[in-house]
Design a protein around this ligand. Structure first.
Ligand SMILES: Cc1cc2nc3c(=O)[nH]c(=O)nc-3n(C[C@H](O)[C@H](O)[C@H](O)COP(=O)(O)OP(=O)(O)OC[C@H]3O[C@@H](n4cnc5c(N)ncnc54)[C@H](O)[C@@H]3O)c2cc1C
Length: 214
């Protein structure tokens, strides 16, 4: 377990922020997560790596959960402070060369967009579609890093996105190529429901990969 100094903190909304940490030679494959330990505490939580494999820093995208033990303390951390990091861990690893069909569908709710941000930063020429479900426009976290024509923002709390409703509502209406490799990340409820929709539309189970946050 190594200490990583905080280089910067970017506030994306009043509750969601990106912490950039010194990389300290940490090797990871995009899609993996790290475990961040709070200083002088045994409390720690998992966070997907938000930055790309080739960047000389490590970023994580964190949403402060109401009453949350660790995320609320991470929100208070500032530049120059240190976090202990374990990892990388996880099997949500992504390398487009490992797939025969190079078409990808990324489906995320909330901060579940984090690994997909790492995917596109690592592989800028990907053939992907991203479907991101959140409540408000302001939660379209750094969508400028994704190609507009490849991104569908699903909003449940207000108008102004590409679709009004949940990602599951959008998927029921969407035409999908059954060869597509589907990556799902976010809360378990969404993942179970999306899994059923995708398999119902003929996508083989072997083409579906998921990362459950909570
Ligand atoms: C593999 C993995 C990767 C993860 N990557 C990220 C990430 O990139 N960014 C991120 O913000 N979180 C991520 N999480 C969730 C993260 O590990 C913590 O669970 C989250 O920050 C809440 O921790 P806490 O100590 O503040 O809340 P806790 O005190 O542990 O829990 C408070 C409650 O909040 C619920 N909860 C947990 N996460 C969320 C959430 N995002 N939104 C709403 N409710 C939630 C829990 O189920 C619990 O009921 C990931 C989890 C896993 C398993």
């Amino acid at each position: 377990m190594k200490k990583h100094k905080i280089i910067s903190v970017r506030n994306l909304t009043s509750s969601t922020f990106v912490i950039r940490l010194e990389r300290n030679n940490l090797q990871f494959q995009t899609g993996q997560f790290v475990i961040l330990n709070l200083p002088n505490s045994s409390d720690k939580r998992e966070y997907s790596v938000y930055s790309g494999e080739k960047e000389d820093y490590i970023e994580v995208l964190v949403r402060e959960v109401q009453g949350g033990k660790v995320s609320a303390k991470l929100k208070k951390m500032t530049v120059g402070m240190e976090l202990q990091m374990e990892g990388p861990f996880g099997f949500f690893k992504f390398n487009p060369d490992a797939f025969e069909c190079r078409k990808f569908l990324f489906i995320a709710t909330g901060t579940g967009i984090s690994p997909f941000h790492g995917f596109v930063k690592t592989y800028p020429d990907l053939d992907y579609q991203l479907i991101h479900g959140v409540r408000l426009n302001e939660e379209a976290y750094e969508h400028d890093d994704f190609q507009k024509s490849r991104t569908t923002l699903c909003l449940t709390g207000e108008e102004g996105g590409d679709f009004f409703g949940r990602v599951t509502d959008y998927l029921y209406t969407a035409q999908l190529d059954i060869e597509t490799n589907c990556f799902l990340c976010g809360n378990s409820e969404m993942i179970y429901e999306v899994f059923d929709i995708l398999t119902g539309k003929g996508i083989p189970v072997s083409n579906i990969y998921s990362e459950v946050y909570f």
